[in-house]
Design a protein around this ligand. Sequence first.
Ligand code: AMP
Ligand code: MG
Length: 380
Amino acid sequence: MAEASGRVLSAPLLSPRPVPAFDNAAVDGYAFAATSQAATGKSRLTLAEGRAAAGHPADECVAPGRAIQVLTGAVMPAGTDTVAMNEEVAVEAGSVVLARPLRPGSNRRRAGEDIAAGQSLFTAGLVLGPRQIGVAAELGLAELPVYRRLRVALLSSGDELTEPGRPLPEGGIYDANRYMLRALLRHLPVSVADLGVLGDTAAAVEPAILDAARRHDVVLTSGGASKGDEDHVVRTVERHGRLDFWQIAMKPGRPLAFGRLADAVTIGLPGNPVAAAVCFMRFARPVIARLAGAAWMEPRAFVVPAAFTLQKKPGRTELLRVRLVDARDGPEAELIRRQGSGILTSLTEADGLVEVAPETTVIRQGDPVRFLSFAELGAR
Ligand code: AMP
Ligand code: MG
């Protein structure tokens, strides 16, 4: 069941039993019936034989006027409803002395107080994590129903791309996107087929993309998605499938191509590494997660003051890389100075993105801005 972490629950989870399963002691001490106490002041209770410990219930019923030693997690002995902590009592010559009366039910955990039998706990579409696995184990479940992993084919596109670890030819660059995307995909319920690099000819791109689409649920590419002559990825989708949209009013981003080819969804990310990363976080990730059965993931934004000024063109969304800094009244968003869409270190210097609405044209010091942390964007 530990393997279910990171997978998507495919059916609602109802509790098969109550948790706790029985009334039990919340502390180490002495259990008794609250009605055995004096109404005010001191009470002296007779110490009963035996003891109740976790996994070892007491043998006998505790009579009125008596108290029995209990350890944390022990079933509440019959005849008792209240526990006094060791620190609250004096034990002397066969009796337990309470300085003052305890509220009935003190230091007792009730059966079902955490989870009731039949209670609905998790809905289908939840991405399971360590905390949900803990609850499922607590309920005694050994297996959980999950969706199969989505099959994602990952490709880069461009004649200039070289595999890290190899010598770099004249005019070449290393393929950063495929490695970054593979790492991003590790946080999703998918199995990734890394299909390497496509060259910049139609003869290389077309059959590779078609074949990938036939054998996977999603074909994720980067590069070759803009309107240049060498951009055959989008052209292949247009020619053999259906292109749903291509250009988006977002910076960084612009060329982002969503389409269908065979039975697969195709997602063409921009080639510029920052744009590829940001488009993945904001578009590809929630779509892939949804296709894998997860509920739609909308990252939570936190509103913080801007520690910068900025002029911006209207008509497009901008995602700014920012660092959170501690200011007098709490965190503020500081702009990473170099925002070029090829400057990948702007991402490693940042803590997240500030999303600026299309109609905004200026941000001044102290203006409230919407901060999306990399954790919320699945990119920690
Ligand atoms: P393209 O979208 O193919 O026009 O590429 C835009 C820019 O991103 C070019 O400078 C490419 O060299 C660069 N680029 C494309 N793919 C990658 C990649 N996988 N890793 C690093 N840079 C890339
Ligand atoms: Mg290219």
